[in-house]
Design a protein around this ligand. Structure first.
Ligand SMILES: Nc1nc2c(ncn2[C@@H]2O[C@H](COP(=O)(O)OP(=O)(O)O)[C@@H](O)[C@H]2O)c(=O)[nH]1
Ligand SMILES: [Mg+2]
Length: 284
């Protein structure tokens, strides 16, 4: 696996910007991809958010395994970390405002007691590129104000966007870079399209994907690529060779890997979650 590293200077700058913006908000919406909730978090954030109320928003729940998403929400909530899951392209986002209200209840009450009349709730979205910050922001303010796409936007002067009567959102989402010393995290990010296609070896990512599906959804792999039980039970490398052949790509494993990755991103092998909820050590 090629070493995937972000230029540390970029990361430090992004963190600094997020830190600066944090002061202006009551609560942080930390967006993570429901297919890889832990791997799509920036671990440096924990320190930054220490004294800040935050809600983990699992985006793209329509692509993730529903059972795993439920487990992740329960896991975070059991740790005292509020969490919700959404599909920002469709479905109801009321759950977010409801959660914000719940989290800020005491704070808003205290403000009222002090006679502060402005009890608007101020929030900001943060998360790694492609996690769905702009899409969510647009939905929440019901207008196309934030540019969606794969490139981080240019920071203009900051504005507050109205999202309903009581909620205000900072217009510029905080962009964080994923940090991964662990190559497995890199492969997961690559497979779901969170990092640039030029930053990893396609066959490494494809082999990881094959391993995941053999363990979690063998039937989908067998069906889509017309593999026999015997073929799918072989080593991951052999499975990739069989898939390449069945795709009609002869021995062009690179091309087959690319196609496999693309199809998994498009959910052609169904919904999936790559991160498992940590096991309770007391249960082992
Ligand atoms: N299926 C699905 N796709 C989403 C969701 N949220 C965002 N996306 C897609 O993910 C891609 C990146 O979204 P964007 O909002 O630009 O991410 P940003 O870089 O964090 O601002 C776009 O193609 C979106 O359409 C979601 O909840 N479900
Ligand atoms: Mg964006």
């Amino acid at each position: 696996m090629a070493i995937i590293q972000w230029f540390p200077g970029h990361m430090a700058k992004a963190l600094r910007q997020v830190k600066e913006n944090l002061k202006a908000v009551d609560v942080v919406l930390e967006l993570v991809d429901a297919r890889l909730p832990e791997s799509s978090r920036n671990p440096q954030l924990e320190e930054l958010l220490q004294d800040k109320l935050s809600i983990i928003v699992l985006t793209k729940m329509d692509l993730a395994d529903p059972k795993a998403t439920k487990e992740w929400i329960e896991y975070y909530e059991s740790m005292g970390q509020p969490a919700v899951a959404v599909n920002s392209n469709a479905g109801n986002l009321k759950i977010i405002e409801k959660k914000i209200k719940e989290v800020l209840q005491d704070k808003l009450e205290a403000r009222k007691q002090k006679g502060i009349l402005n009890t608007k709730m101020r929030a900001m979205c943060i998360g790694i590129p492609n996690v769905g910050k702009s899409t969510l922001l647009n939905r929440l303010v019901k207008k196309n104000v934030a540019q969606t796409g794969n490139k981080p936007g240019v920071t203009k002067s900051q504005q507050w966007l109205k999202a309903g009567k009581e909620l205000q959102l900072l217009d510029t989402p905080g962009i964080l870079w994923p940090k991964f010393e662990d190559p497995l995290v890199g492969k997961k990010l690559a497979l779901t399209g969170a990092i640039k296609d030029t930053l990893y070896n396609k066959d490494d990512v494809a082999l990881y994907a094959i391993e995941h599906f053999v363990h979690h959804n063998k039937e989908a792999l067998k069906e889509r690529y017309r593999l026999s039980e015997e073929q799918v039970d072989d080593t991951s490398v052999e499975v990739l060779l069989s898939i390449t052949k069945n795709m009609g790509f002869k021995d062009d494993y690179d091309r087959a890997s690319e196609r496999l990755i693309f199809e998994i991103r498009k959910s052609k092998l169904g919904r999936y979650t790559l991160d498992d909820v940590p096991k309770d050590p007391t249960e082992v």
